[in-house]
Design a protein around this ligand. Sequence first.
Ligand code: AKG
Ligand code: FE2
Length: 425
Amino acid sequence: MDLYEFYQSTDLSNMLDSRLLANFLQLLRKQVRPWLEEVTNLKLDYVSASCSMYTCGDYLLVHDDLLKDRQIAFVYYMSPWQGVEEWNEEQGGCLEIFASDDQCFPQFPVQRKIPPKNNQFAFFKVGSRSFHQVGEVTTYDYPRLTINGWFHGATNEAFVGGDSSRAFPRLAYLQPDINNRPTLGLLLNDVYLKAATRRSIQKRIEENSEICLYEFFKREKFELARAQLLNDATLTWRRQGPANAHNYELMDLSTAKGTVEELLQLFRSNAMFQLLRDFTDLDLYGVDAITPTCSVELQRWSHGNYTVLGDGLVSEENTLDLVYYLNAAEGAAVITYLSPEVEQRTTHHQNGLDDQSIEEAEDDPDQEDDETCQDDSVLLTISPVDNALNIVYRCEGTTKFTKYVSRNTPLDKGPVFVISCSYKE
Ligand SMILES: O=C(O)CCC(=O)C(=O)O
Ligand SMILES: [Fe+2]
């Protein structure tokens, strides 16, 4: 759900009815494998392969292919159409290779792009630095077709080493800022200041763990903040990596001014902690609040941005999350919360059938199709609405991601801004 969108066939060894595909598999086994062994000096025991098709808007985000005994990844490209034997930059769909830092985190910008080309083979060694992605296909004219897979051998040393030292960086939590005393009455929609509204919000969050408060700030405050975010060139933005965790821009909060600063300060103020205590009955304020803390981010979302699931994103504690949208656009910066019980990683990179797992998988009733499995794990999806504050009480072990923003998503009014906060008792 988080990592990719494209069509994938079953393993070629299950499609032997197709003579051409059966022949191709034989070619991989009998000719490519011994040749690769000679070229690489690696012992390669068997091959797994499937067919992939990416149509306009499809992509595969950053990953390393590292799993068990995968040694060499291969991709065979087909683009047999006259005049489009080799794809150009505008058509998208490049195999994009990342360089990594000393902790093996892949870095922006992409180091190398390999466009699809008819009858082209690509190979790379799978290891702790083999980060790559398939750039979004942006042409409606032709699909990106490949036969791709892995040559397997001994257990990959990098896989044994594990990637525990590579957990994603975690959010920084700060105490409420006591120096700021914003007047809620100047910023918030009056309705949210009423005791009766607060009580019904609390009841709703108790029952549902979430609520969406429409028109949260006064309309004029919202409009000022949106205009400033879109037009103020003195606000500084930096891209937030590592590439295998996320790709969106974060505002340097020290450059905030005017209404944007006013809103950001509000989220860190005692007044906000108190309001959230009233909304939720959590110990965020008052005598029972020992060390309440929060993290605040202002994110900017454009085409090609995403977050993907990873260890560092699993919540270790219960938190209260706030998500506030400005300049919202349908389908951009959509956030999905997932439950901890269901196995999350249902990508072909982990489940990918290979010659050896097929027999086991065939009779396994737990081997549901991905869609079913994924739908069960979705707890909540937050869709962007202007000036709406989403409040989510999130339990330990849940995880979340913000869906890749494909180029098919209209962003005529500019990027989408998200104030994303998280509070802890
Ligand atoms: O199609 C490509 O160029 C790469 C595909 C890939 O990385 C994968 O399927 O794991
Ligand atoms: Fe891959």
